[in-house]
Ligand binder design. Structure first.
Ligand code: FE
Length: 347
């Protein structure tokens, strides 16, 4: 993925005397985003059309955003921070990058388990789209009933078949964080050990690479986020179409605890110079139109339950059961998850 930096913008903003920065306050919003899809651009354009508030986007990957926010400290011009995955949002929360927001609109539209905890002052972050962590398998070499749950991937019967990206990637840290919540630390460590014993190859690449590994037969089974799978399903490139014929899809834990879901989301930055605009922007992201755009642009699901997306690839996956673990707990468990990975050598 391509990341765009706009260092000049911030340098300029920092160089402005404070009163001048304030004079510009009314119609500007500085958005720090780890998401970068073309559809997001249209979304932001709509917001500007509706409100007259111009969006300055600073897009970078999560680590670069973290560094930047840390370095900027109180001088940060960030108004809204958007991140993907609970593990990262949780990290941003404990770094103190957000401030609480009390908004009737956000509270009524976003389910409580998909926003930060509210001690009366409001939540510090809000989920705006949902993604599932799913299992894909090679139709020729693996029987779906042998890989129907996350737990089953660590079973000795799947020896030499399992592929995942790095255990330390936030997507896996969150998955393991939810397993700690459901199964306890000890069982999760046993599971992680079993995963390492079952690897077809050492973890490498992203989720798309795991799906490709399954298609080629190098991997029998893999874990991937739903939108990577849906993206390949929607692809009209002949090589993708041929490849996906070999790949089966599973809603993990459909008959037990339900599938692990995660969010992309964000909140108002701690030192936001344009706080009102920032809240307006978050409320806009929770609107019907924006929800549809934000979710569908990356083949995700809206968090606002009344909003429906017409996406044939997603609909084709059928109905699902969502795991009942609050996103905030998933984030909190990521340190314990990383320790387990270190102990069992799940790199
Ligand atoms: Fe991703």
């Amino acid at each position: 993925m391509k990341h765009r930096f706009a260092p000049v913008l911030t340098a300029l903003a920092l160089a402005l005397p404070l009163h001048m920065a304030h004079a510009a306050e009314e119609k500007v919003l500085n958005l720090y985003s780890a998401r970068h899809y073309q559809t997001d651009e249209q979304l932001y354009g709509e917001f500007t059309k509706k409100t007259g508030i111009k969006i300055n986007r600073i897009e970078a990957d999560d680590n670069a955003l973290f560094e930047r926010l840390k370095n900027e400290g109180k001088n940060s011009q960030a108004d809204v921070i958007v991140m993907v995955d609970a593990a990262r949002i949780w990290r941003a929360e404990i770094e103190g990058f957000f401030q609480p927001v009390k908004s009737k609109t956000l509270d009524s539209r976003i389910p409580a388990n998909l926003r930060g905890k509210d001690d009366g002052k409001g939540s510090e972050w809000f989920g705006f789209s949902k993604r599932a962590r799913v299992i894909v398998y090679n139709k020729g070499t693996v029987k779906p009933e042998d890989v129907a749950t996350y737990e089953s991937l660590a079973d000795p019967k799947n020896k030499g078949k399992v592929c995942t990206r790095s255990g330390s990637h936030p997507y896996n840290l969150s998955l393991i964080g939810s397993m700690i919540e459901r199964n306890g630390q000890q069982a999760t460590e046993e599971w992680a050990k079993g995963m390492v014993a079952n690897f077809a190859r050492p973890p490498r690449g992203g989720d798309t690479d795991q799906i490709k590994g399954v298609a080629s037969g190098e991997c029998g089974v893999a874990i991937a986020n739903s939108y990577y799978y849906a993206r390949l399903l929607r692809s009209t490139k002949p090589e993708d179409v041929a490849m996906m014929k070999n790949v089966g899809f599973i809603w993990p834990n459909a008959k037990t605890s339900g599938t692990h879901f995660n969010i992309a989301g964000g909140g108002v930055a701690k030192h936001a110079p344009h706080r009102e605009n920032a809240v307006k922007f978050l409320e806009y992201l929770a609107s019907d139109d924006a929800q549809r755009y934000f979710a569908d642009g990356n083949n995700e699901w809206p968090v606002v339950t009344s909003v429906k997306v017409k996406n044939e690839a997603l609909e084709g996956l059928g109905s699902y059961k969502i795991e009942n673990v609050p996103v905030s707990l998933i984030g909190k468990n990521q340190i314990a998850a990383q320790r387990i990975l270190d102990r069992v050598g799940y790199k």
